[in-house]
Design a protein around this ligand. Structure first.
Ligand code: GDP
Length: 289
């Protein structure tokens, strides 16, 4: 599902999330491990202010493990707690609970010292569309789907999912808008399937993806499509893929639409191996805080 974002929607999403923020101890910022910067919301830190945050790099099962390690180092160096998960296949409960307890250790120790009763950590998931928020919610709700019900003092009925004795999750994740400004970010979102292919031109998306693959994963291309390895002319590469796969129209011309479709599908379905489309060094220096 792709939501079209307009300023009114953005203001409303922000307001709703800020209301819910008051109910939680910690925010889980869900990012796509293949494109952690491109899949982040541009105003995340401004919206959540000083609320403790755990970055969760999801879809780690289809991201390039070497690049994911670089991202882990990057966030850790900045003092930002981060973990990787694969919400679709792995049980993420333990990983997330442990990381949350560690982040909130001091806060909970202080509460205890003041004589407050022990209570579970309360958390909410935030992220742009398609990063896996619903998948993660289901993953965490799996074992104990029982909900703890409404809490007094909360105007709108908030449902809490009891994940563990020590952890409760708001059942509705906060949906934030993606970045719109940078072209490269738009292509990354399109290549990974976060936004519809129709928002950008398919041929531009493919040429962008092909450029990236040639620069970072040339051997995977050669192997998958049995290519010669001549990468100077991208159209010639598309021709070669079309020829090798037999995607030809009458007259022997390559059917580019077919080539585009296959390339995009195979990139997304790990047929070319686990791919990442962004490195920490791709973050614009103006965004470094
Ligand atoms: P939401 O819009 O953030 O709630 O995203 P969804 O939970 O609907 O997930 C979007 C797509 O990503 C779905 O097709 C999921 O099956 C897929 N997905 C979610 N998490 C993972 C993951 O960890 N690994 C893989 N390979 N796919 C995932």
């Amino acid at each position: 599902m792709t939501v079209q974002w307009f300023p009114g929607h953005m203001a409303k999403a922000r307001r709703q999330i800020q209301e819910k923020l008051q109910l939680v101890d910690i925010v889980y910022e869900l990012l796509d491990a293949r494109i952690p910067y491109s899949s982040s919301n541009p105003m995340m830190n401004e919206i959540i202010k000083h609320k403790p945050k755990l970055i969760i790099l999801n879809k780690a099962d289809i991201a390039d493990p070497n690049v994911t390690q670089q991202w882990l180092n990057y966030f850790k160096q900045k003092g930002q707690p981060v973990i990787t998960i694969d919400a679709l296949h792995q049980n993420a409960i333990k990983h997330i609970t442990e990381a949350s307890k560690e982040i909130l250790k001091e806060k909970f120790e202080k509460e205890k010292a003041k004589g407050l009763r022990p209570r579970p950590i309360r958390a909410m998931i935030l992220g742009i569309p398609n990063v896996g928020k619903s998948t993660l919610t289901n993953n965490l709700a799996k074992r104990k789907a029982a909900q703890t019900g409404d809490r007094p003092g909360v105007t709108k009925a908030q449902q809490w999912i009891k994940v563990e004795k020590e952890l409760e999750l708001l059942d509705t994740p906060g949906v934030l808008w993606p970045k719109f400004e940078e072209k490269r970010v738009g292509y990354n979102l399109a290549v990974t399937g976060a936004i519809k292919d129709t928002i950008l031109h398919l041929d531009d998306i493919i040429l962008y993806a092909l450029d990236y693959l040639i620069a970072h994963y040339p051997d995977r291309l050669v192997e998958r499509y049995n290519l010669s390895g001549q990468f100077e002319d991208k159209v010639a590469v598309l021709d070669e893929i079309g020829q090798k796969r037999g995607f030809l129209q009458s007259g022997g011309y390559v059917d580019y639409d077919k080539v585009y479709e296959i390339l995009l599908r195979e990139i997304r379905s790990v047929k070319l191996g686990r791919l990442s489309f962004e490195l920490p060094s791709d973050i614009p220096t103006s965004e470094e805080k």
